[in-house]
Design a protein around this ligand. Structure first.
Ligand SMILES: Cc1cc2nc3c(=O)[nH]c(=O)nc-3n(C[C@H](O)[C@H](O)[C@H](O)COP(=O)(O)O)c2cc1C
Length: 192
């Protein structure tokens, strides 16, 4: 068996770069196409491809921030201007964000739960793909993935839900690692 040391080293050390530390340059159109192609190469029971993408790039990032601000202002009138202002920057400064939507729906054979997992696989594979091309990535959901009005504004159709907004850009820092779970503490041997 040949050990793939590059892949092992990557998987052993990969780390999110959070959105405030993602800057230009972002992926070119060709790179974005490659990122999405890699993202789609995931285990997917029944080969349903129960996901789709929404891209937030260029001027759309400020526009979508203003739309989130407007919704937040209506929903939470008690919030201060400073509290609301964060909404304008939800899709900044990262040059590109890929929304990953689960299109899971009832199916004769494949449970919706498994379809949702497939979309999660896509989101994480997109993070790996971004890293492979030299970019940093940050998977977030935030309130607007769970708010029906905001999710619809962002592109979710009836019955769909966002599983991720993956911010992608050039890393401006490498974050300290965080505590990692101890797999031993999470593992038992089945004994019947
Ligand atoms: C489904 C899901 C939703 C997440 N939502 C957020 C979020 O809204 N905001 C956030 O800061 N991190 C969020 N995270 C966590 C980050 O993506 C990331 O896991 C965390 O910053 C740790 O980074 P690591 O990848 O280096 O372990 C989410 C992760 C997952 C899997």
């Amino acid at each position: 068996m040949t050990v793939n040391t590059a892949l092992r080293d990557y998987l052993s050390s990969r780390r999110t770069v959070t959105a405030p530390f993602l800057a230009e340059p972002g992926p070119t159109l060709d790179q974005l196409a490659e990122l999405l192609t890699i993202a789609c190469r995931v285990p997917d029971h029944g080969k349903l491809a129960p996901w789709r993408f929404v891209i937030f790039a260029g001027a759309a990032r400020e526009k979508v921030g203003q739309r989130l601000y407007d919704i937040a202002q209506r929903k939470w009138p008690e919030r201060t201007e400073e509290q609301l202002a964060v909404e304008r920057n939800q899709f900044l400064p990262a040059p590109l964000t890929v929304g990953v939507i689960s299109t899971a729906a009832p199916h004769v054979k494949i449970p919706e739960f498994e379809q949702l997992l497939a979309a999660g696989n896509v989101a994480f594979n997109l993070c790996h793909a971004a890293n492979a091309l030299g970019f940093g990535a940050h998977w977030v959901t935030r309130w607007f993935a769970y708010d029906d009005e905001a999710a619809a504004m962002l592109g979710a159709r009836e019955g769909e839900r966002f599983v991720a907004f993956v911010h992608i850009g050039t890393p401006q820092t490498r974050l300290e690692d965080r505590d990692r779970p101890d797999p031993q503490a999470l593992t038992t041997y089945w004994e019947g």
